[in-house]
Design a protein around this ligand. Structure first.
Ligand SMILES: [Zn+2]
Length: 191
């Protein structure tokens, strides 16, 4: 497996529509393995084909791990999904605001409102049909990645134009907030 170069804004390829995958051959399997490798090496939770310069409907997603009472990752609790030609065919009316990053927009974090639950259909890496429901953070990751396949970035969907911060600004804000309150902070999804 090898690491692929990640395309960052303002690359035009991030804004293009993608075409469906039709061949589930050895080349596709190799590409998927490379994308998984690239996502993990970049500490991302998702990577869509346009982010490596390919205008096709393919994304890899790895859900966040469960944590024990001390906040340590419980091994074996992350799920890897390969989604081909995905479609969100149902979204909950309930939405939630959350923080997102993107490997194609390095160094920034923004607040986005997303459906709390979604149902997705598509094909797996071998072209087999799947239908799955996702909630909370997993639903957020899927919405972010499927947006990539339609040329949409999270910066298009900020809760307000000013609700985007550099990682440094965000850390400073978080530190200041922690001094003032015991408020629990939510995780940042970086993909
Ligand atoms: Zn992204």
């Amino acid at each position: 497996m090898s690491k692929l170069p990640i395309v960052t804004i303002p690359a035009a390829g991030l804004r293009e529509k993608t075409r469906p995958v039709t061949r589930f051959d050895a080349d596709l399997q190799r590409l998927i393995d490379d994308m998984v490798d690239t996502m993990r090496q970049a500490n991302g939770v998702g990577l869509a084909a346009p982010q490596i310069g390919l205008p096709i409907k393919l994304a890899v997603i790895e859900t966040l791990p469960e944590e024990d009472d001390d906040g340590n990752e419980i091994e074996g609790t992350r799920d890897l999904f390969v989604v081909v030609n995905p479609e969100i065919y149902w979204m909950s009316k309930e939405t939630m605001k959350g923080l997102e990053g993107c490997l194609s927009i390095p160094g920034y974090i923004g607040e986005v409102e997303r459906a709390e639950s979604i149902r997705v259909r598509g094909l797996d890496r071998h072209g087999r049909k799947f239908r799955l429901r996702f909630d909370d953070w997993d639903a957020r990751i899927f919405q972010h990645e499927i947006d990539h396949l339609n040329g949409i970035l999270y910066i298009d969907k900020l809760t307000a134009p000013e609700n985007i911060w550099t990682e440094e600004e965000f850390e400073a804000m978080r530190a200041a907030r922690q001094e003032n309150t015991d408020e629990e902070q939510s995780a940042v999804v970086g993909d």
